[in-house]
Design a protein. Structure first.
Length: 406
């Protein structure tokens, strides 16, 4: 089987980028031929472990003809980026033209049996228009649903999704959202879940306590709840804890996160972006992972942290509850989110209340770490076992075969 993979943004540094990399490596292990089309910044080609450069075609931004920074599926990306909401009609036309031309030429040479695109967004629509005769599978990552809701002026450009053979959802909640937002038939959607690398993320020797080692890893942005976390941690003022901040961002939101972190002095370690192997090592040493996000699909980083032996503090979003709702109470602390004025923005009048909820969760889980034995491998495995990449890929592989047979 020959599979053409398509993602419009960097194939690294984000959850969907790592998802694509893991997917291609699993396809290769089964003997399938793969080719990747992805967006990049300038002409800096990424090094993707296990994926030969000859199997990749990159679409460069920040140089002609796409002389603007690469648009990201989130408004704040861990690298310089544009927002789809800010692109002019001329920029959108150029974007469409370059992606269409690249997809068309790659298909002529590679002759794929199936196209696997990522995000129910513009690149997927372009690929479906250019190659209507090739079976297509598309993964939803939730950020695409958020873009659709936040950009009513672009909704008319998201058409022909019903012509996709199979749409892959990360969760039951996401599948319901796809039906509600795009009006697609439920039988077109397969729930395949998300996968994490079991060979990389595993329980290691934890650091001695105190201090309790707390970890956030992800984009440095407001929608991820990073300023909220840093402001709550400043008020916590507990010398028995130490916070690690991992990730990168861009623009004013990143600057604000860094300033708040600098105000914490030696109570925090700011690591910047870390490669996956370094992040896995840090997770194995830390006791608590924190994800106070305002919007998520199925946050696989929670599985990586849990598999590394971390207790979890996270928002009570549907994707988080779907992953960890059955976990023992001493393993997970859910933060109740207030009313949202936008899909990823809480009511500003509720922020003080939300800050106090984060502080309470930090206090409670700190005491749990200091007074209780570490999480047992059995309790962790009972949650994570269905999310190995082997399990997830078997479901994706069936989707490929079903799409080709239709």
């Amino acid at each position: 089987m020959k599979i053409l993979h398509l993602i419009s943004q960097h194939p690294q540094q984000t959850g969907s980028g790592f998802y694509v990399q893991n997917l291609i490596r699993n396809c290769s292990r089964k003997g399938y031929q793969n080719h990747l089309i992805a967006g990049i910044s300038g002409n800096v080609h990424p090094e993707l472990p296990g994926i030969p450069p000859d199997n990749c075609t990159y679409i460069p931004f920040s140089c002609p003809p796409l002389d603007f920074t690469i648009p990201g599926m989130s408004d704040v990306m861990p690298y310089p980026s544009s927002r789809f909401s800010d692109l002019s009609e001329q920029q959108l036309l150029c974007y469409t033209s370059v992606f269409a031309d690249t997809i068309r030429k790659t298909v002529q040479v590679f002759c794929p049996d199936v196209i696997h695109s990522h995000h129910l967004w513009l690149a997927t629509v372009i690929a479906r228009s250019v190659c209507p005769h090739i079976p297509m599978v598309t993964s939803c990552h939730s950020t695409d649903l958020r873009q659709y809701l936040q950009n009513p002026h672009l909704q008319q450009k998201i058409y022909s999704l019903e012509q996709i053979q199979t749409i892959l959802a990360l969760s039951q909640t996401q599948a319901e959202q796809i039906v509600e937002i795009h009006g697609l038939q439920r039988e077109k959607i397969d729930i395949v879940g998300g996968g994490y690398d079991t060979s990389r993320f595993s329980i290691g020797k934890k650091a001695e306590t105190p201090p309790v080692q707390l970890l956030y890893a992800g984009k440095l942005s407001a929608s991820k709840g990073v300023p909220l976390l840093l402001e709550a941690y400043a008020q916590l003022d507990d010398p028995r804890t130490h916070l690690h901040l991992v990730g990168s961002g861009s623009g004013a939101e990143k600057d604000r996160c860094i300033q708040l972190a600098n105000n914490l002095g030696n109570r925090i370690s700011v690591h910047g972006a870390l490669p996956q192997e370094k992040l896995a090592q840090l997770m194995a040493e830390c006791h608590v992972f924190i994800l106070p996000s305002f919007f998520e699909g199925l946050p696989l980083v929670l599985l990586e942290a849990l598999s590394s032996g971390c207790r979890i503090i996270c928002s009570d979003l549907p994707g988080c509850k779907e992953l960890l709702g059955s976990a023992p109470q001493d393993l997970v602390e859910f933060i109740e989110l207030p009313n949202m004025v936008k899909v990823d923005q809480p009511d500003p009048s509720q922020m003080d209340l939300l800050t106090q909820r984060v502080i309470r969760s930090l206090k409670k889980i700190t005491e749990t770490v200091l007074t209780s034995p570490p999480p047992s491998p059995g309790s962790i495995a009972s949650i994570t076992h269905t999310y190995s990449w082997e399990s997830v890929f078997s479901r994706i592989e069936q989707a490929y075969k079903k799409a080709i047979s239709r």
